[in-house]
Design a protein around this ligand. Structure first.
Ligand code: SDX
Length: 394
């Protein structure tokens, strides 16, 4: 009985599935995309190369990569009526609520995407989602700060295009910082896929009924929003801000260890990793790079994070329960330094995870043996009993 699903060896429960995309060894802290270590992909490649790898299963040749980049570029704009769709939101709407709605609304513009039996349509929908998520994410941000939408500019690389759509304004020249763009690209690689996490399982379950891919990705975004999952990056930064200074850390460690206190250290612990999250190590290094580039190397939030990690990793509670920092522990400090508000942190996680969701969705749809998902349950309710009329109820 693990979490939401019940495993019964006698049944091939939908809670477990076969996949060839991502491998995690939680005890060793290993993460492979199609067999390649995350450390090498983050070091040597770019996010669109990782997208190609996750979708097609192999690293692209230079010609395949150039063609893939060009094809993604052809889909970066959204239908102009999407801009009017945004006008219906309150300006103070959380950007994740806007993303759930607008990504789901894409299916209103691409009726042909509902034909999931057509391999060409499946690939086109995958490209549309990878290409349009940055545009929609930037629109969600611009809408909530009352600035005009910025159209994509395809002569920029993927992360620079996104940074420009978020931070440029019509009245000023904007040149994306290549160091920040490279750091953001690496953050996207780290978040691209992660085996059968809650939001990926949501996308698979939604897709198993034959729902169109845009609706399935909207379901994944909804699940990712929770603070126990992708929402942890926003929650972790708010926790670091609330702690504020190093001397206040022991009180929070005590709260996290108190069984009667629901408080948990945001950005710590993981369903699978019972060792250091390999992404967190790369994330920490990226945080230092970005803060140095921006001249914030003495950021008090980083000082609190490093001291909190040091104390926790030497505390018997965290050691015994194998609680280590996960990817969400450092990502917020980096994204905040880049200029993103905390409300955009999980949006960026969703932007990057879209390729993992859609690659897993495609793998499931293309598996001839797949059936509609139907998690099993262990019934623990009332046994059969007869109806009691209202007059006889006590
Ligand atoms: C992501 O699944 C994925 O792959 C997700 C993800 C991805 O890429 O898709 O990696 C992204 O969601 C990372 C996780 C982000 N969430 C957080 O940082 C929120 C804080 N973490 C916890 O909510 C928790 O660690 C979970 C939800 C992440 C994991 O939950 P588990 O596996 O159910 O952990 P657990 O409850 O089994 O932990 C074992 C013990 C428990 O104590 P006991 O009941 O055994 O006494 O450790 C305790 C927990 O209470 N514990 C914590 C803790 N996390 C677990 N105690 C204090 N602080 C924490 N953060």
């Amino acid at each position: 009985h693990s979490g939401m699903f019940t495993y019964d060896p006698g049944f091939t429960s939908t809670a477990s599935c076969e996949s060839q995309i991502t491998y995690i060894d939680g005890d060793e802290g290993v993460l492979l995309y199609r067999g390649y270590p995350i450390e090498q992909l983050a070091e040597h490649g770019d996010f669109l190369e990782t997208c190609y790898l996750l979708l097609y299963g192999e690293l692209p040749t230079p010609a395949q990569k150039a063609d893939f980049d060009y094809r993604v570029g052809r889909h970066t704009m959204v239908h102009e009526q999407m801009a009017r769709f945004f006008q219906g939101f309150r300006r103070d709407a959380h950007p994740m609520s806007v993303m759930v709605a607008s990504v789901g609304a894409l299916s209103a513009f691409y009726h042909d995407s509902t034909d999931i039996s057509d391999p060409h349509q499946r690939m086109i929908s995958s490209m549309r989602l990878i290409a349009k998520m940055p545009t929609l994410a930037a629109m969600a941000y611009k809408y909530t700060i009352g600035q005009p939408f910025v159209y994509p500019q395809n002569n920029l690389d993927y992360p620079s295009n996104f940074l420009r759509m978020c931070f440029s304004v019509p009245c000023e020249e904007y040149k994306p910082n290549p160091i920040l763009a490279r750091a953001l690209d690496r953050i996207f690689i780290l978040h691209a896929d992660h085996e059968q996490n809650a939001s990926t399982s949501t996308v698979r379950l939604a897709g198993s009924s034959g729902a169109n891919p845009f609706a399935c990705i909207a379901a994944g975004i909804a699940c990712l929003w929770g603070p126990a999952h992708g929402g942890a990056n926003e929650a972790a930064l708010k926790m670091l801000q609330e702690i504020g200074t190093v001397d206040r850390i022991p009180a929070y460690i005590a709260k996290a260890k108190d069984k009667n206190d629901p408080f948990r250290l945001m950005g710590f612990g993981h369903r699978v990793y019972k060792n250091y999250d390999p992404r967190a190590k790369i994330m920490q290094r990226t945080t230092h790079e970005v803060l140095n580039e921006l001249g914030h190397k003495d950021d008090p939030l980083l000082e609190v994070a490093l001291e909190l990690e040091r104390i926790a990793l030497h505390d018997e509670y965290f050691i015994e329960k194998k609680l280590y920092p996960n990817i969400d522990f450092y990502s917020g400090i980096t994204l905040k330094a880049m200029g993103f508000p905390t409300s955009m942190f999980t949006v960026l996680f969703a932007l990057a995870r879209t390729v993992g969701w859609i690659a897993q969705w495609k793998e499931m749809i293309e598996d001839p043996s797949q059936k509609i998902g139907r998690p099993r349950q262990l019934y623990t309710g009332a046994t059969r009993r007869d109806y009691v009329s209202p007059a006889q109820r006590r």
